[in-house]
Design a protein around this ligand. Structure first.
Ligand code: TPP
Ligand code: MG
Length: 339
């Protein structure tokens, strides 16, 4: 299902999704030839982050995790600054001090990234508390994986959000292996004994919405409902968006195991390889989004390829920019450092 938006807006979302996909693919290639430290990519989750964050307004804050690249790109952070930051260069958003695990851009609504699993929940809840006490009509969005629900900070956060009716949205991206194919009685996450993740929320009385995170229209509708609740004084919402883990994310270090995405697979099934067939034919959320867009006649396949060529060239240029940038000088090591 497509988001209930104008055709132009849907295509804007498609472009953002392609930006994320190509950004991450280039990053994996870039990392292959140098040590950039541990990093996590957002491939396969694009159609959760893009439609969800699309609805935020300037001034709304978002708090994210180790799997943060797609979130920042979805809110418009330039790829060139992101690559530079990940490589530790002085042209990065934080002058190379943060790296992939601590990306932030206040201008785009990301005050910080907490790479401690569960670290974003108290930060996002605190921001919502601040908005409420200051009487500001702003919303705080907490982005986290299913793993964060096993952390104590999560329970403290949702408790306060419920008691104080805070304008916060907890968007849990459950990317557990084969989450969409979960059978009755099976665990929905490899780290939790709950049979349903929303069971962990129900006692707090916070409304829950469980959706297929590859369904852009469902994400759009859920976020719309949650934002309306938050802005009208109705308090928090918990959304569980379920996606299938991209095969390239199964090893500890991301690998381009499914190859660089050929978007023409969306309309030409003869291009779908037999290896990872299920991924390309059914599970890849961006390919599915493209199929839905084509079914609505919003754009011709050739124009999608042209959009992709433009984005791919932009990503290559952004990588070049980052590689050509300098590392911060040793004498500046203590600048921009708080403590
Ligand atoms: C408090 C804490 N414990 C352990 C880790 C190591 N760690 C990094 S990512 C990760 C898995 C997180 O799973 P999930 O929240 O579902 O996110 P996903 O990687 O699946 O997107 C772990 C345990 C950490 N960063 N912080
Ligand atoms: Mg997970």
């Amino acid at each position: 299902m497509l988001p209930k938006l104008s055709g132009e807006q849907v295509l804007e979302q498609l472009r953002l999704a392609i930006v994320i996909r190509r950004f991450e693919e280039e990053l994996i290639k870039l990392a292959g030839s140098r040590d950039i430290g541990h990093f996590h990519v957002y491939i396969g989750q694009e159609m959760t982050g893009v439609p969800a964050l699309y609805l935020l307004e300037r001034g709304d804050l978002s708090f994210t995790t180790h799997r943060n690249h797609g979130h920042l790109l979805a809110r418009g952070v330039p790829a060139s600054q992101m690559y530079a930051e990940i490589l530790g260069k002085e042209t990065g958003m934080m002058g190379g001090r943060g790296g992939t695990l601590h990306l932030c851009s206040m201008e785009h609504g990301f005050p910080t990234t907490s790479s401690a699993v569960g670290g974003a929940t108290p930060l996002a809840t605190g921001a919502a508390f601040g908005f409420q006490r200051l009487g500001q009509d702003r919303v705080s969005v907490c982005l986290f994986g299913d793993g964060a629900l096993e952390e104590g900070s999560w329970h403290e956060s949702i408790n306060i959000a419920a008691m104080e009716k805070l304008p916060v949205i907890y968007l849990c991206e459950n990317n557990s292996l084969e989450a969409l194919g979960q059978k009755a009685g099976e665990y929905p996450s490899s780290t939790l004994a709950a049979v349903d993740l929303i069971d962990l929320v129900t006692p707090f009385g916070v409304p829950t919405i469980q959706i297929d995170g590859c369904d852009a229209g469902a994400v759009h509708a859920a976020m719309g409902e949650a934002l309306h609740r938050a802005r009208s004084g109705g308090g928090a919402t918990f959304i569980e968006a379920r996606t299938v883990r991209w095969p390239g994310n199964r090893p500890i270090w991301p690998e381009l195991s499914t190859g660089e995405t050929n978007f023409a697979m969306a309309w030409d099934s003869s291009l779908v390889p037999t290896e990872y067939r299920e991924w390309h034919a059914e599970q890849d959320a961006v390919l599915r989004f493209i199929r839905e867009i084509l079914a609505e006649g919003l754009i011709e396949p050739e124009a999608i390829l042209a959009m992709d060529a433009e984005v791919s060239a932009e990503m290559k240029e952004a990588v070049e920019f980052a590689l050509a940038s300098n590392y911060p000088p040793a004498a500046a090591a203590m600048e921009k450092v708080l403590a």
